[in-house]
Write a protein that binds this ligand. Structure first.
Ligand code: GLN
Length: 245
């Protein structure tokens, strides 16, 4: 019997830069290695939201992309908040990370409202924060990735950071926090993509998704041959990122 896991990729048309699509590739492949059948639905503005989401993934985007999706995202807000409260695993990167917070005020003064899953706010700065990042989390160890954002994100009292920055900037140029956590929501500024470089995060999301759907999860070790395939996918994601304007 094939055991499906439904992944929803939020707004791939407008929110998918620097190879963020690689995150879904990694989740698909690692689910297959564990004997599950990943079913991916791409959700764009105006689509019907799938009723059976097990895992939600969203990427980064330009300010203009964030403006395009804002209305649709607000319509989804109550159900996304309810799913986050209920422990549904989600991964949101950069542009969608910002919009999972209270708001993003761009450097041009445009206020894009967020959906308030995370107690954070983001203010666009004159300078972009660009470069490789090394951060460390108690839960996942070292987290590696690439950042490129004008928004500077500040955590409120109800938000906790995903990690502490050792190299690069992370949430902002003032403190050493990177990303945010709420229940099984993982939010990060890091592209790269994130999951090929940090498979522990992928495995956490998979564990939560499978346990919620099927009641338990007993992972089998990933064979060496599969790790070679993972390296190939990672390289593919990297070259895809390098080829984007
Ligand atoms: N447009 C947002 C910013 O510049 C997000 C960028 C991104 O997703 N990389 O801060």
């Amino acid at each position: 019997m094939s055991r499906d896991i439904h992944i929803v990729q939020l707004y791939p048309r407008d929110m998918n830069i620097y190879g963020d699509w690689g995150n879904v590739l990694v989740l698909k492949q690692r689910l297959k290695w564990q004997g599950y059948n990943p079913v991916v639905t791409e959700y764009n503005p105006g689509d019907e939201f799938p009723a059976d989401a097990d895992l939600i993934v969203g990427g980064g985007g330009q300010d203009s992309g964030q403006v395009v999706i804002q209305q649709d995202l607000q319509a989804l807000a109550p159900s996304l908040r309810a799913m986050a409260d209920d422990g549904l695993p989600m991964l949101v990167i950069c542009g969608l990370y910002q919009l999972f917070g209270r708001f993003f005020k761009t450097h041009d003064g445009v206020l894009i409202p967020g959906i308030g899953v995370l107690d954070i706010e983001t203010h666009g700065g004159a300078d972009r924060l660009i470069g490789n990042v090394l951060s460390v989390s108690e839960e996942f160890g070292e987290i590696h990735g690439y950042e490129n954002h004008s928004g500077q994100t500040f955590l409120g009292p109800d938000a906790k950071p995903l990690a502490r920055v050792r190299k690069g900037e992370g949430n902002n140029s003032k403190d050493d926090t990177e990303g945010a956590r709420y229940k099984n929501v993982i939010a990060s500024y890091l592209h790269g993509s994130l999951l090929p470089k940090n498979p522990a995060i992928a495995d956490f999301l998979i564990e939560q998704a499978v346990t919620r759907r099927y009641g338990s999860y007993e992972p089998v070790p990933v064979a060496d041959a599969d790790l070679a395939e993972l390296a190939r996918l990672s390289e593919l994601a990297r070259s895809h990122a390098a080829n984007r304007p």
